[in-house]
Design a protein around this ligand. Structure first.
Ligand code: 1HE
Length: 262
């Protein structure tokens, strides 16, 4: 299924079309994100078909995403630059705070705005070909797609500062070690792993997934007293849903899976 922009495709996967597979489809330009593609990302996440319970984002070709399309970087005055960055914020907000959990399947270059997109997703699965960089520092620009807010939450301000000051590139193994990805898998298998995780996530109660996506990051930013209070409200709302009661009953009746050692 193509979106209005041929550089972004949406395919439904899973037995009940419960997984949205969103593909950056601009391999000749290493999936560099021009304004049209950023807006298409916003639109696709704002209009996911009903029935979708989890999404996977990946890139066609040898790389996940080469970041901002530098050919579009025109002479902007301060006001236009601000609006351009805010457009990215709005689009990636739709990824991070949309209706369903999003998994990024990473390979090859995950650089600049590509890392900003990946960091707006909830889970990152990287294959062994993945490398991460923030070349903004060497290009004389700054992150503008929410990277300064999201990336330090994954790896800390010191590591992000180093990446931008020195042009440091992290490979897949070091990326997993410092927290850029939660999973590292053999080259060529990130998409399969991401789809497996998406299928698993899609079996959770939707309200639990919603709480994880929307309450957890807010609680993390609240003072402890407010965090405990928000947690209590969220716990009360989620456990009062009929689905929660059915799932707990199924376990007590021996009809639901036990937690297994991996
Ligand atoms: C591009 C872009 C791009 C490739 N904008 N056109 N991002 C960067 O600084 C990263 C720039 N790109 C690279 O370092 C390399 O392209 C890659 C490591 C990603 C891939 O290398 P490679 O050898 O596979 O491809 P290539 O030969 O460099 O590029 C193939 C084509 O894609 C070529 O165009 P062609 O017309 O000559 O075929 C490249 O010009 C084009 N291309 N990357 C435009 N980024 C919200 S603010 C975010 C700020 C940022 O993201 S700054 C970081 C920008």
């Amino acid at each position: 299924m193509s979106t209005k922009n041929p550089d972004l495709t949406l395919t439904l996967r899973g037995e009940q079309a419960e997984i949205a597979l969103i593909t950056l489809n601009r391999p000749a330009k290493r999936n560099a994100l021009n304004d049209g593609l950023v807006l298409a990302l916003r639109d696709v996440f704002q209009n996911l078909p009903s029935g979708v319970r989890a999404a996977v984002v990946h890139g066609e070709g040898e790389h996940f995403c080469a970041g901002l399309d530098l050919s579009e970087l025109q002479e902007r005055d301060a006001g236009q630059g601000m609006q351009h960055s805010r457009m990215w914020h709005a689009a990636l907000e739709c990824v991070e705070r949309g209706p369903v959990p999003v998994i990024a399947a990473l390979h090859g270059a995950v650089v600049g705005g590509g890392l900003e997109l990946a960091s707006a997703c909830h889970i990152r699965v990287a294959d062994d070909s993945t490398f991460y960089a923030l070349p903004e520092g060497t290009r004389g620009i700054f992150v503008g797609g929410g990277g300064s807010v999201r990336i330090p939450k994954l790896i800390g301000v010191a590591r992000m500062t180093d990446m931008m000051l020195t042009g440091r590139v992290y490979d897949a193994a070091d990326g997993e070690r410092i927290g850029l990805a939660q999973y590292k898998v053999p080259a060529g298998t990130a998409l399969d792993k991401a789809l497996d995780l998406a299928k698993r996530i899609a079996t959770n109660a939707p309200l639990t997934n919603y709480a994880l996506m929307h309450a957890l990051p807010r609680i993390a930013e609240q003072p402890a007293d407010q965090g405990f209070f928000t947690e209590a409200m969220m716990a009360a709302i989620v456990q009062s849903a009929p689905e929660a009661k059915e799932r707990v009953r199924a376990f007590l009746d021996g009809k639901a899976a036990k937690v297994q050692k991996s």
